[in-house]
Ligand binder design. Structure first.
Ligand code: GEK
Length: 243
């Protein structure tokens, strides 16, 4: 069995209350299975990032994947820009994730530069595409505007930000519906009620979702002139924001 086949059973054990979620070696080992069974539409989003790269990657610019995990979205950027000279950069601050990214993807995508760094400290310059594929949600809300403003400033004319997030519903009834359907999705993918509830507790203080309206208002505040919703499945969305 290869790492990418390993089944996520991290929250199946009932002992004790779950600790706050961290991107450590245990998570990195099951990450491909975990994200596919937990995020509705994740494989489609990765495939569409490749198509967006084919359309928007400009020659002699950078394509930057912030919070790249094992490099699935970074690989999509590399594949989508394979016919033109671009710098492809994958950034993550979890050593366990980046170690596996470089182990798994480095040989197949030798053009990618991998950086172990906090996305809040990475210089963003001459970028035609920046990707935040389910990463912004892990930053404290107070740090989000500064990062988006730096991304906006570092984009080339015509450049785009692809922002995917788990969102909160606009009102309590909408939120209940989205959460209930997300849990139904996880149950259909083989997670037990115990696993769902323990993972939810582990993420409570770590993954802070906001409404779609809050995201779009902040993008505007950061200087983006437009942000279009191109994907939604339950409480998982992806936006393309333009300069
Ligand atoms: C994918 N984009 O497969 N600086 C750098 N990395 C960070 C930071 C930070 N401040 N905070 C969190 N991360 C990927 C999936 S996962 C989404 C992204 C999820 C990293 C963290 O280490 C993890 O690898 C990633 O952001 C979030 O398309 O697990 O739901």
């Amino acid at each position: 069995m290869t790492d990418s086949d390993k089944r996520d059973r991290l929250f199946a054990d009932a002992a004790g209350s779950p600790a706050d979620f961290v991107f450590d070696d245990a998570v990195a080992a099951v990450f491909p299975d975990m994200i596919k069974r937990s995020v509705p539409g994740y494989p489609a989003i990765i495939n569409m990032i490749q198509l967006l790269a084919e359309r928007y990657a400009q020659p002699h610019t950078s394509l930057v994947d912030l919070g790249c995990s094992l490099g699935a979205s970074t690989a999509a950027l590399a594949l989508g820009s394979a016919d033109r000279p671009c710098r492809v950069i994958g950034v993550d601050n979890a050593p366990a994730m980046l170690a596996r990214a470089t182990g798994m993807a480095a040989a197949r995508y030798p053009q990618v530069e991998w950086q172990c760094a906090d996305v809040r400290e990475v210089a963003i310059e001459n970028a035609s595409i920046v990707v935040l594929n389910f990463t912004l949600q892990f930053l404290p809300p107070a740090d989000r505007l500064a990062l988006l403003s730096r991304i906006q400033a570092g984009l080339t004319p015509g450049g785009i930000l692809i922002l995917s997030e788990k969102i909160a519903g606009a009102d309590p009834a909408a939120d209940d519906l989205l959460i209930e359907m997300h849990h139904a999705f996880k149950r259909a993918n083989g997670y037990s009620d115990l696993e769902i509830s323990r993972k939810r507790s582990a993420l409570e203080k770590v993954l802070l979702p906001e409404t779609l309206h809050t995201h779009q208002a902040r993008l505007q505040q950061a200087g983006f002139t437009r942000s279009d919703l191109w994907f939604q499945c339950f409480n998982f969305v992806s936006l393309v924001a333009g300069k």
